[in-house]
Structure formats: structure tokens, C-alpha cells
Design a protein around this ligand. Structure first.
Ligand SMILES: Cc1cc2nc3c(=O)[nH]c(=O)nc-3n(C[C@H](O)[C@H](O)[C@H](O)COP(=O)(O)OP(=O)(O)OC[C@H]3O[C@@H](n4cnc5c(N)ncnc54)[C@H](O)[C@@H]3O)c2cc1C
Length: 590
């Protein structure tokens, strides 16, 4: 984590940005150390018990979280973890995203179901801070930043999932300037729980005379308990948890069906301007999508650590190339087990590097003094967010599945914990927009809209890294540079095809959107592994740092470029050549 933060994402540059003066190396090291202790001592021991016990809805509509979770939440907020990046004006610590990202990774690794509550609260805080009135900010933000109250995001309805234009929840204006909300929201993460006295729901709804589609959606704050002028809790609002879902994974995280307005209407306060709700939601979703990508990194790291520990312990067979008289050894000696572990490890390292570099861009996009520099970082971050979300979550499926395979039959048995990672990871390619929705965003708003301008800049940066890495006599670095150049060529070929096809044969372009996203993730992973190899070799040459760690970094970078980066060529073939057959059958022929 510290290697990626310091060498690849540029922590020292980020901490020189105005507002981030407190992010000194000592402070950051202390934060990571404390986070590691909290994850190890408090969150991780609850992960499997929480999965087994699950959240339970009681007959009165309240929800009981698994044993230990409420106490862990109270410790979490008491230690100030909730407001790490939040505005100091509301009690936050104002630290860079780059610092909170490894911390978040630890929460996801140790207990993803737990961290979903703070994750959603962050999103709700962002929305209110972005567009809420001063009164809303004063009433809700300090308590949400401290974690005394939690937040939720209420977008989904039975007929409105990926397509939010179909939202039907009604918001009826009242003479006092408030609104009364009626409708049903489904799949609401931590929509009801026992951690806190109040829950602040951020709800998408329509005014009775709103235009149809996305231009008629507004955003509302609907607290579970109405807040009096003095800040104390007043009446119970007309929103209740009707049920919670039985799910494949993240059992400790309650996923609620919420009914609004069965008794006259839930009192809501509009956030920003009416009919602009979806715009605000999208700004805030950028960060939420990034965080879900980090769930992929966190789960992958944990699955890898578990698999390595098992592979060292489990004794089975005589590895090929060893004499039978050597006797049986741990499975980590089998070449194929090595292949699986190397794949898990190098994919996780590549994902982490891509994500942390994006985190640094998010910080620069907000804190650079010059507008032009801010805009440049913003466009890079916006290009990368669907990749971090889509690629890291899809890759986490692969890594978590390999984790089960390393365990053999025991991987299929719940007590090892490997299976839980597969089950927990399965949701992350779905919520906060499915992989297809990320890919649609990447080919449309992020690639075609600017004629591929940002994409071309990024390809140029990847090619420059390939040149830097190759400018040596070291055979490993030369091989890495060459593979990276081939990866960049796959991007260029696909980009040209896409720019031509996006309007001319849109359905074919969209048939290749997910492979296009996967290809970008794969090559950006190679880009960052190439940079990592370069830094590692320079440090080794200068006799700096931990030689064992740096040599291993060179090996994982070489493995990534030998074995994983070439997948970009196959993905390019899918982007440019498979669309017609994807679409050739009629719906009835399936
Ligand atoms: C555990 C859990 C927690 C959740 N938490 C929340 C929450 O806190 N708040 C909230 O509001 N929602 C939440 N959701 C809802 C989640 O965001 C949606 O399930 C998700 O956006 C997908 O919508 P859907 O389920 O209706 O699937 P659909 O939209 O019906 O999609 C079904 C399939 O069709 C594909 N598809 C749909 N449209 C397109 C398109 N335009 N192009 C290409 N493919 C398309 C999808 O990719 C998918 O493969 C949660 C869901 C779950 C399961």
C-alpha cells in the first residue's frame, strides 16, 4: 500500500496541495497502522459470524444487525473513521482521498458488509454538501460526518433499476415548503438498522407535474425521525422497512424494502433545485462507484491472503520435478498452485495501483490551485472511475474464484471463508450500476463524446511509460515495455474502431462495450505494473528500500505482462470483431 501510495500515486505531491498540509508522511503512516489494527482486531473477527447470523427484521419493522456489529460501529465512529475525508467545517478531517483509499481497502478486506454502512453515508453526505441548502447542511451534516446518524441512497424501485428514468415515487409540495413522499424503494442498503437513532434517506422522486424521464427527477432528504429546530429528534417519519432481502452474500448488511407515505406521506426536504436530482446523484455516484471498485480490491487482497496461508499449510502429493523420496509437500510447491497465486497477486497489485492513481487524480481535481490543472485531473478521473468500478469488480470475481480453487474441496466448505469472498464479491459488479452500465458510460460519455481526446492522451502516457521502461539493458524491463506497447496498440485499434462505429453501427459498438472496458482495465493495470517495475529497479540499483519486496514487485510485474496483459489483444478482437455475431440471433432464437 505504501509503495503504491508513495511511488505510483504520488502522495508527497498530493500532500503539498492546498488543504492537505496535515497529510504528512508520519500522520499517514499512523493512520494506516491504526486502521490495520481496527480491521484486524475488530472487523475481521466479525466477518464470518456476521455472514452466518445475518441481519434480521423483527415484527415491529426494526432490524437487528448481527452480534458485535453495533458495538463495532460505535467504536468505528468514536475513533473518527467516518469523517476521514469529510469537510472540517462539519467535523471531518479533510484528508485526501488517496489516504482514505487504503483505509477503505482494509475495511473491505476485513468486513465488506460492515463497511457498506459508512460507504453509503459518505454518498449521502456528498449529495447534501453538493446541493443542499444551508439549513439542510447545518441540520444533517455534522451528525452524519461524525456517524451519529447514517445515510442511505434510495434510487431503485421495482420497475426502475438501471433505468432511473422509470422512477415513480411521488413528492407532493406542501404550503410550508416541505414535500410529502409516497412510493416504494427496494434494495436499500442499511435502509433500516440498529446502529444509530436516526437514518437520513436520500430519495429520488418526482413532483406531480414533473416532465417525464430523467429530467423530471428530484432529490429529497427524508429522515427516519424528523429533526426539530433545536436538533433533537421529533416524530417518527412515514417511512418504514417492510422487509429485508435474503441474499447470496453480504448477509450482515440489511438490504431493505422501504415504504414511503402509507400514512399521509413521508416528510421530505428538496436537495438543490427540483428536477435536477439525477445530476446531483451522478456527481456523488462517481465517488460511490470508485468505492465499490475498492471493494473489489479489498476482497481480492483478502482472498489472496487466505489462499496463500492455506497453500502453505495443505500437504498433498509430490510436486513435479521432485524425487518421490522427497515426500509430500505443501501445495504451494505445485506449479499450477503457483500460477493461481501469482494470478491472484498480480491482478490485485495491478488493481490497487490503478485505483490509487485514480484517487490521487480525484484529489488533484479538487485541490489543484489552477483551474486548467483541476480540469485535466478531473477528466482523467472521470475516464478512470468506470474502469475502476467495472474492471476491479469483475476481476475480483476471478480472484475470489481462484481463491476457492486453491483450497480444493475445502474452498467449497464455508468454514475456510474462501467461499464467503466469492459470495460477497458477487454483488459488486451489480450495485452502483452494473458492469454494462459502467461500460456504456465509458464508450459514450467518456470516449465518444470528446472524440476520444482523453483516451488518446492516456494511450500516449502508456506509450511513454513503455518507452521509459524499455530504456535499459535489463531483460525483464525490456520485455515489460514491449508487452505494454502491444497493449497500447490494442487500445488504439479498438479506439479507432469505436469512434467510427459509435454512430454508424451503435448496436455493434455497445455489444463490445464491456470488453472495451475490460481491455482498458487490463492495459491500465499493465501500465501501472510497468511503472512499479521501473521504480523497483531504480530503487534496487540505488540500494534503497526493502530489496526482497522490490524484487518480488519486479516478478509480479513481469508475470502480469507475460500472462495477463496479452488478454488485451483477445479483448480487442471482441470489441472490433464480435459485435455482429453477438446480435445475429433473433430474441426468439435464444
Ligand atoms: C444487495 C443489493 C444492495 C443494493 N443497494 C442499493 C442501494 O443502497 N440503493 C439503491 O438505490 N439501489 C441499491 N441496489 C440496487 C442496484 O443498484 C440495482 O440492482 C442495479 O442498479 C441493477 O438494477 P436491476 O437490479 O433493476 O437490474 P436491471 O436494470 O434489470 O438489469 C438486468 C440486466 O440487464 C442489463 N441492462 C439493463 N439496462 C441495460 C443497458 N441500458 N445496457 C446494457 N445492459 C443493461 C444489466 O447490466 C443486467 O445485466 C442494491 C441491490 C442489491 C442486490
Amino acid at each position: 500500500m505504501t509503495f503504491v501510495m508513495n511511488e505510483l500515486a504520488g502522495l508527497s505531491q498530493v500532500s503539498r496541495l492546498p488543504g492537505f498540509e496535515d497529510a504528512t508522511p508520519d500522520t499517514v503512516a499512523a493512520i494506516l497502522e491504526e486502521a490495520s489494527k481496527f480491521a484486524t482486531d475488530v472487523l475481521d473477527p466479525l466477518n464470518q459470524s456476521g455472514d452466518r447470523e445475518g441481519a434480521v427484521r423483527l415484527p415491529d419493522g426494526s432490524v437487528r444487525t448481527p452480534a458485535g456489529f453495533k458495538d463495532a460501529y460505535l467504536q468505528f465512529t468514536a475513533n473518527g473513521w467516518n469523517g476521514l475525508t469529510k469537510n472540517p467545517q462539519y467535523g471531518g478531517q479533510g484528508l485526501p482521498q488517496l489516504v482514505s483509499t487504503p483505509v477503505e481497502e482494509m475495511w473491505h478486506s476485513s468486513n465488506m458488509a460492515f463497511d457498506l454502512c459508512p460507504l453509503l453515508t459518505q454518498g449521502a453526505i456528498e449529495a447534501i454538501e453538493l446541493a443542499g441548502s444551508d439549513v439542510l447542511k447545518k441540520t444533517f451534516l455534522p451528525k452524519m460526518v461524525s456517524g451519529e446518524w447514517t445515510g442511505t441512497m434510495n434510487l431503485t424501485e421495482p420497475q426502475a433499476g438501471s433505468d432511473l428514468a422509470a422512477v415513480r415515487t411521488r413528492a407532493v409540495p406542501q404550503p410550508d415548503g416541505t414535500y410529502r413522499l409516497h412510493g416504494q424503494k427496494i434494495f436499500i442498503t442499511y435502509g433500516e438498522h440498529d446502529y444509530t437513532d436516526n437514518i437520513v434517506h436520500l430519495v429520488l422522486a418526482r413532483l406531480p407535474d414533473a416532465p417525464p424521464g430523467v429530467k423530471g427527477i428530484s432529490l429529497f432528504v427524508v429522515p427516519k425521525f424528523v429533526v426539530r429546530d433545536d436538533g433533537s429528534l421529533g416524530d417518527r417519519n412515514d417511512v418504514k422497512c417492510v422487509s429485508i432481502e435474503h441474499k447470496l452474500g453480504i448477509h450482515a448488511s440489511p438490504t431493505a424494502v422501504l415504504a414511503y407515505g402509507d400514512h399521509g406521506g413521508a416528510i421530505g426536504y428538496v436537495v438543490g433545485e427540483i428536477n435536477h436530482g439525477l445530476e446531483y446523484m451522478f456527481v456523488m455516484m462517481n465517488l460511490a462507484r470508485f468505492s465499490v471498485g475498492m471493494e473489489g480490491v479489498g476482497i481480492s487482497e483478502r482472498a489472496y491472503q487466505r489462499a496463500v496461508a492455506f497453500a502453505r499449510e495443505r500437504v498433498q502429493g509430490v510436486p513435479v520435478g521432485r524425487a518421490p523420496t522427497d515426500g509430500t509437500t505443501a501445495i504451494i510447491e505445485h506449479p499450477d498452485v503457483r500460477r493461481m497465486l501469482m494470478t491472484m497477486r498480480s491482478l490485485t497489485e495491478a488493481m490497487r495501483a490503478v485505483a490509487y492513481v485514480t484517487a490521487a487524480a480525484l484529489d488533484n481535481a479538487k485541490h489543484q490551485p489552477e483551474a486548467e490543472a483541476r480540469a485535466q485531473h478531473q477528466s482523467f478521473a472521470e475516464f478512470m472511475v468506470p474502469i475502476v468500478k467495472g474492471w476491479c469488480t469483475e476481476t475480483a470475481q476471478r480472484v475470489a474464484n481462484l481463491g476457492v480453487q486453491v483450497h480444493g474441496g475445502m474452498g467449497f466448505i464455508e468454514e475456510t471463508g474462501a467461499a464467503q469472498h466469492v459470495r460477497d464479491a458477487r454483488i459488486i459488479t451489480i450495485y452502483e450500476g452494473t458492469t454494462a452500465i459502467q461500460a456504456n458510460d465509458l464508450i459514450g460519455r467518456k470516449t465518444a463524446r470528446d472524440g476520444g481526446a482523453v483516451a488518446k492522451q492516456l494511450i500516449a502516457a502508456i506509450e511513454a511509460t513503455a518507452d521509459d521502461v524499455s530504456a535499459t539493458t535489463d531483460a525483464d524491463l525490456i520485455a515489460i515495455g514491449s508487452a505494454l506497447r502491444t497493449g497500447a496498440a490494442s487500445l488504439t485499434k479498438s479506439l479507432h474502431w469505436l469512434l467510427e462505429s459509435y454512430s454508424a453501427s451503435a448496436r455493434e459498438a455497445f455489444a463490445g462495450s464491456v470488453p472495451y472496458l475490460q481491455m482498458w482495465g487490463t492495459v491500465c493495470g499493465g501500465w501501472q505494473m510497468g511503472r512499479a517495475a521501473l521504480f523497483a529497479s531504480r530503487k534496487l540499483a540505488a540500494n534503497e528500500g526493502d530489496a526482497n519486496f522490490l524484487r518480488a514487485k519486479l516478478v509480479t510485474a513481469r508475470y502480469y505482462t507475460d500472462a495477463l496483459l496479452p488478454e488485451a489483444q483477445a479483448l480487442a478482437a471482441k470489441v472490433t470483431g464480435a459485435g455482429r455475431s453477438v446480435l445475429a440471433l433473433s430474441a426468439a432464437q435464444f
